[in-house]
Design a protein around this ligand. Structure first.
Ligand code: CO
Length: 162
């Protein structure tokens, strides 16, 4: 298992729903969680290791959590700006505006359906990671001017120089 970087087409694909909640899934969740901590991330989505599965893991400071087939059911109309980064876009950080809180529906590793309202850092991480499952990256939210300004850095990442 290794992290893939922006420029890799797998990061732009839609990931597939998980239908079997077996030992392979649990093992995958464990490996993904280990990878997140090894890489010093606060969240990691399966496509970031080249696996097109709807699985995310994160730790907002209160321990590791895994969400299978997460769906954002509703979002608050109030937004908040926070700085984001991404293990697949190394060295780039940017202020991004997103809904302050979200209601999320997901399954745990046993397939149990859970619904939660998240706020603060957890809401932020889950929105960022869920985007990965639909092939979206945080840099997609930047203005064209900022995208153009970041282009040289992105090209270096794509060349593998970062
Ligand atoms: Co990311």
């Amino acid at each position: 298992m290794r992290i893939i970087y922006v420029g890799n087409p797998l990061l732009r694909k839609r990931s597939q729903e998980i239908t079997s909640f077996d030992d392979n899934l649990k093992e995958f969740v464990e490996e993904l969680t280990e990878m997140m901590y090894t890489e010093d991330g606060v969240g990691l989505a399966a496509p970031q290791v080249g696996a097109l599965k709807r699985v995310i893991v994160f730790d907002d400071g209160s321990g590791s959590k895994a969400m299978i087939n997460p769906i954002i059911v509703s979002s608050s109309s109030d937004t908040v700006v926070m700085e984001e980064g991404c293990l697949s876009v190394p060295g780039i950080y940017a202020d991004i505006s997103r809904p302050a809180s979200v209601k999320i529906r997901y399954q745990d590793a046993d397939g149990k359906v859970i619904e939660e309202v998240l706020e603060g850092y957890a809401a932020r991480i889950v929105q960022h990671e869920t985007d990965h499952l639909d092939g979206r990256l945080f840099i997609d939210y930047l203005s064209n001017a900022k995208k153009i300004a970041l282009r040289p850095q992105l090209v270096e990442i794509m060349k593998g120089n970062v």
